[in-house]
Design a protein around this ligand. Structure first.
Ligand SMILES: Cc1cc2nc3c(=O)[nH]c(=O)nc-3n(C[C@H](O)[C@H](O)[C@H](O)COP(=O)(O)OP(=O)(O)OC[C@H]3O[C@@H](n4cnc5c(N)ncnc54)[C@H](O)[C@@H]3O)c2cc1C
Length: 166
């Protein structure tokens, strides 16, 4: 069946990319953004780009790839309370009602459902990308783009691309 032509999403609806497989090298253009070490060191508050992780990434061992992704793209690392309560990241990274309130240009949520207590802290983001196996997760309601795929597979594909490009 022919894929529909990409185009602007209807108002209030995100573009949903279903991705059983990892995006191929030609499907993505990955460019480091400004920010660098200073942005990473101060945590998500005030950052222009945030890579944020939630329970859906699976556990503490998965976090290293997101820290690396943040380093390579000059992003800050954010987290949901579930990830912080699990001891995967320190509280300084928590975004939400009881964490940091952020308004980056780009917020990329990996494995975060989008509970109201989380979105309270990031809903002022310029653009929101959600990587979630459930395209109907609440975060999709405020996302510009939903990548319906395994978070770690998408992160690993981005890392391979970034590391190949140096
Ligand atoms: C008073 C109060 C204050 C709170 N303050 C905050 C706060 O400041 N910040 C905050 O974040 N929360 C806060 N919470 C908690 C909040 O209600 C949620 O429980 C929390 O945000 C859920 O975190 P999560 O999205 O990581 O986990 P979950 O809700 O468990 O969501 C996990 C998501 O990962 C997806 N997923 C599963 N497997 C994969 C995979 N392999 N790849 C991709 N996606 C996958 C699932 O579809 C799901 O959408 C607060 C709660 C209360 C009661």
């Amino acid at each position: 069946m022919a894929r529909p032509e990409p185009g602007p999403a209807p108002a209030g609806r995100p573009v949903v990319e279903r991705s059983a497989a990892v995006p191929g090298p030609s499907a993505l253009t990955v460019r480091p953004l400004d920010g660098g070490a200073a942005e990473r060191a101060r945590g998500p508050a005030g950052a222009r780009t945030i890579v944020s992780v939630g329970r859906g990434v699976g556990g503490p061992d998965a976090v290293a790839r997101y820290r690396r992704l943040a380093e390579l793209t000059g992003a800050a690392l954010g987290a949901s309370r579930a990830a912080v309560d699990g001891g995967w990241l320190p509280f300084a990274h928590q975004v939400g009602q009881t964490g940091a309130t952020v308004a980056p240009d780009l917020y990329v949520a990996f494995g975060i459902s989008g509970a109201v207590q989380h979105t309270a802290g990031m809903r002022a983001s310029g653009r929101v990308v959600a990587v979630n196996t459930d395209p109907d997760a609440p975060i999709a309601r405020l996302a510009d783009l939903v990548i319906a795929a395994d978070a770690n597979e998408v992160a690993d594909a981005l890392l391979r691309r970034l590391e190949r490009e140096g």
